[in-house]
Design a protein around this ligand. Structure first.
Ligand code: BES
Ligand code: MN
Ligand code: ZN
Length: 518
């Protein structure tokens, strides 16, 4: 991951292969980047200004004499200043930064710089303070550079990332708040990189055992801060009567794992927060087999677990500077969902860990089954103060909300507000959908306590209702359906997984004091 640094002392001390400068429509260099003019005195007379408009997405690379300490400036157009504060405005800025870092990489540049005076100038336009915007710029830069190249035999041929990006200060000292914000962005990026790697990884590599060893390795890196991993295999799952989870795992040759991360740093007290992530490493649908088209995408059906894992990576990175006020536990039920002679058949009845019987009428509605037992396990083991689950749960959620949005379901209004504001502010949009009693009728079985899948219409709501049946009385709980959360390719998202959820979950943990007390 590219390093992020700081330079102090003003323009005469600044040095980088290129600087980024932000322009709203119609602005010239004298308004947009006055601080840069000392380091790049050629900037004001660069001929490219003649045609530059600062439109959203417009990029011009301006060149000064090569001998100067700052001989390149990438002018990033942010569009209409009046629209920047509205929904989508910050996305344009993130894309501009991500795109610029990619451009620097293509050009083989080793270093990039962003002057803090211009960050201070534009932050209020987005309704943010300067440290917060520095965080967004840092993260967008790192996300723009993300690539999944693990399996490319020619990968040595692709250009290397810039070695560092620096924030430039006029003052002699680095602002502490900016430094903290940048460290936070680096932690988020590390979590997002991990989540993306896991979700992009093929199902023949990213198996339940792989998820377990990834978690074990993660916990060992942060053991000194109180991070631990435990893993339950098939025998332990049976001993704990996790009949719903095991029903999904039956058809797979690869054994399931319940992967648990526990983070209890010094000073963390009280009931923990539980994060539960769906970890279906491949969802073929089981006996209720999915059609062939796009089935390969189902290697990403462990994106919920990946987001939880990424959140712990971020928490570990943050540990030297920040630790949560209460413990955090992550529970990731990991298995394949496969058809086989031993696989669960439609019509089979199983008993979940909570004691509820479930008639499995559709083996493709497997996510709710593994989550039901994982949530019961979390509640019985830790009696958490609150619980958030995250899952690529229903295609219906994609139909309801469209790409780039998560469905948010919760039994707690203050948690709804908090998660909605957090997600939308962080570029992980979610929208609240209801959990209604009418789903109970739809999930009625003739022969068991409930069926696992009812009507197609409102499928995301019925799935959420199903999960709510495994939430204990009084438990504060939210469910994020991220089946369609990936917005697709963009300058901060290489084709493939986005790591959606890491920022939201980390933010939920960071503000846990608020939502546990309200
Ligand atoms: N993993 C899928 C949901 C999914 C679909 C995620 C498309 C990402 C993209 C889930 O296990 C599933 O198969 N859901 C079924 C539920 C149905 C059988 C009630 C669905 O959405 O069709
Ligand atoms: Mn499925
Ligand atoms: Zn699934």
């Amino acid at each position: 991951m590219m390093d992020i640094r700081f330079q102090t002392g003003g323009g005469s001390c600044w040095k980088a292969d290129a600087a980024l400068a932000f322009f709203f429509e119609g602005e010239g260099p004298e308004q947009a980047a006055p601080a840069l003019e000392q380091a790049a005195p050629w900037l004001g007379i660069a001929p490219a200004w003649r045609d530059y408009r600062g439109k959203k997405g417009e990029v011009a690379v301006l060149y000064g004499p090569p001998a100067m300490e700052l001989s390149r400036v990438a002018a990033l157009g942010l569009g209409d200043r009046k629209k920047a504060g509205a929904e989508g405005g910050l996305t344009a800025l993130r894309h501009a930064v991500g795109g610029a870092l990619r451009l620097c990489r293509e050009h083989g540049l080793e270093s990039v710089a962003v002057d803090m005076p211009s960050v201070e100038r534009i932050a209020p336009v987005y309704g943010l303070d300067a440290p917060r915007l520095a965080r967004e710029i840092s993260l967008a830069a790192l996300l723009g550079l993300y690539r999944y190249e693990r399996w490319l035999s020619g990968k040595d041929a692709s250009p290397a990332d810039p070695r560092w990006m620096a924030f430039l200060f006029r003052e002699k000292h680095v602002d502490d708040a900016v430094q903290d914000a940048v460290r936070l962005a680096e932690a988020e990026a590390a979590g997002l990189y991990l989540a993306r790697d896991l979700a992009n990884g093929p199902a023949n590599e990213v198996t339940p055992v792989f998820m377990a060893s990834t978690a074990a390795e993660l916990a060992s890196r942060y053991a000194e801060y109180g991070m631990k991993c435990r893993v339950l295999g098939p025998k332990e799952l049976e001993e704990r009567n996790m009949g719903a989870f095991l029903a999904v795992a039956r058809g797979a040759e690869r054994d399931p794992r319940l992967v648990v991360l526990e983070y209890a740093p010094k000073g963390a007290e009280g009931r923990p927060v539980a994060l539960v992530g769906k970890g279906i490493t491949f969802d073929s649908g089981g006996i209720s087999l999915k059609p062939a088209a796009n089935m390969a995408e189902m290697k990403g059906d462990m994106s919920g677990a990946a987001a939880v894992m990424g959140t712990f990576e971020a928490l570990g990175r943050l540990a030297p500077q920040w630790t949560p006020p209460c413990p955090v536990v992550g529970v990731m039920p990991c298995t394949e969902n496969m058809p086989d002679g031993r696989a669960t058949r439609p019509g089979d009845i199983v008993v979940a860990m909570s004691g509820r019987s479930i008639e499995i009428v559709n083996t493709d509605a497997e996510g709710r089954l593994v989550l039901a037992d994982a949530m019961t396990y979390a509640q019985k083991t830790w009696n958490p103060g609150g619980m958030v689950d995250i899952a690529t749960l229903t295609g219906a959620c994609a139909v309801a909300l469209g790409k780039g949005n998560a469905g948010l379901f919760t039994n707690d209004d203050s948690l709804a507000e908090l998660l909605h504001a957090a997600g939308c502010g962080l570029g992980e949009r979610n929208w609240r959908l209801p959990i209604w009693e009418s789903s109970r009728e739809i999930l009625k079985s003739n022969v068991a306590d409930m069926i696992n899948s009812g009507a197609r219409e409102g499928g995301a709501l019925h799935a959420a209702f199903f999960l709510s049946c495994f939430v204990e009385e009084g438990m504060r709980w939210a469910h994020l359906d991220i089946a369609a959360a990936d917005a697709g390719e963009s300058p901060i998202n290489a084709k493939g997984a986005t790591g959606f959820g890491v920022r939201t979950l980390l933010d939920a943990v960071r503000s846990v004091e608020q939502w546990r007390l309200n």
